[in-house]
Write a protein that binds this ligand. Structure first.
Ligand SMILES: Nc1ncnc2c1ncn2[C@@H]1O[C@H](COP(=O)(O)OP(=O)(O)OP(=O)(O)O)[C@@H](O)[C@H]1O
Length: 348
């Protein structure tokens, strides 16, 4: 188990990470999520032993690692651009750490074969590094890091250099692989989707400070404050009321089991508000849901994003309509809330 206690890292006078506390249990994947420049890489590097801490400690199973050099920590590292050795072939790269460990030749060969199978590149042993695609190179980097069976895998934006589709696919594959190998992992990313796909738990870093850490769903559902919520995609904040597992606000009501009764701040991601066009005879009717007028429409990959002025006392809100929706500016729509996009901000 990794335990980081009160860790502070400075570059000159600038404090890049302040008083960080983190724990990663065996077999767990923790994503360190935060905007660019928030100190994610610095914290990862300090854990790896690549950056000295001013104060605080990094411990493994209770042992302080401050005097243990990088290569003796038994941590695996993967960066954004794999940093493979260009003059070695795929097998030579993966076997590198194993040679350092003094593993015999035959055993090395077998381990390389197993690792290549694990990352979906069976038969690539003799391939040159320069002849790999970006996605293949990252798979090899992952195989190289995993080969010596590190007790902790440190991934610093491992998928950022890849195009969107490949990134999504590899994120799913890597998740599978980490679960199967029960690898304890710290993943640094600025990409929420990647963090939510890969991690069991998430820590949100902002301006060098860990603002919140918790289970993926908890953080998604209950961001600690407005800043964290905005970073997690919340765009609209409304006063609301929770009662017997239901949360009500001016735009409607959703079921959120387990929420304590009382006043709440309801955070809406764009997908939280669904819009359906109203037929001619439904216009202005007393219906149950809030209605509004479409101000703008934009096509997205798998839905239509509408800007809507609700009839209630609220400024314009973002809403999502089905790909087949014909709603255009001037049309009337009925709005409803989708619990999946709703967050309770600062609800503890
Ligand atoms: N070697 C360095 N010397 C001085 N300042 C640095 C150094 N490395 C990073 N910083 C600064 O420390 C802060 C945190 O940087 P860091 O790279 O840890 O952030 P990050 O969250 O990983 O960002 P990104 O997602 O853009 O990589 C930034 O303001 C950065 O400019």
């Amino acid at each position: 188990m990794l335990t980081v206690t009160g860790l502070t890292v400075r570059y000159g006078d600038f404090v890049a990470v302040r008083d960080a506390h983190l724990e990663i249990a065996d077999g767990e994947v923790l994503a360190l999520l935060g905007p660019s420049g928030s100190g994610k890489s610095t914290l990862l590097r300090a854990i790896a032993g690549l950056e000295p801490a001013v104060t605080g400690s990094v411990c493994w199973d209770g042992d302080d690692l401050s005097r243990v050099p990088v290569h003796r920590r038994h941590f695996g590292l993967v960066f954004q651009d794999g940093q493979l050795f260009p003059h070695r072939d795929v097998a030579g790269n993966i076997a590198f750490g194993l040679r350092m460990q003094g593993m015999a030749r035959e055993a090395r060969k077998e381990r390389v074969r197993t690792l290549l199978e694990l990352v979906g590149l069976s038969g690539y042993e003799r391939r040159k590094i320069t002849a790999l695609s970006g996605g293949q190179a990252q798979r090899v980097a992952l195989a190289r890091a995993l080969a010596p069976q590190p007790r902790l895998l440190l991934l610093d934006e491992p998928l950022s250099g890849l195009d969107a589709e490949l990134r999504e696919q590899l994120a799913i594959e890597v998740t599978e692989l980490l679960r199967r190998t029960k690898t304890t992992t710290l993943l640094v990313t600025h990409d929420q989707e990647e963090a939510f796909t890969l991690a069991d738990r998430i820590a949100v870093l902002d301006e060098g400070v860990i603002r919140q850490a918790g289970d993926v769903l908890d953080v998604w559902r209950r961001p600690a404050d407005e800043r964290v919520a905005r970073f997690l995609g919340v765009t609209t904040f409304l006063p609301g009321r929770a009662e017997r597992g239901r949360v009500r606000c001016v735009l409607g009501e959703v079921s959120l089991p387990g929420v304590a009764d009382g006043d709440v701040c309801v955070g809406l991601r764009p997908g939280a508000v669904r819009a359906v066009e109203l037929g001619r005879d439904e216009r202005g009717g007393p219906g149950e849901s809030v209605q509004g007028e479409v101000l703008a429409r934009v096509h997205r990959r798998d839905h239509v994003r509408l800007s809507v002025r609700p009839d209630v006392d609220l400024p314009e809100v973002s809403a999502v309509a089905a790909m087949t929706s014909r709603a255009v500016p001037g049309d009337r729509v009925a709005l409803s809330l989708d619990a999946d996009g709703v967050a309770l901000v600062g609800a503890g």
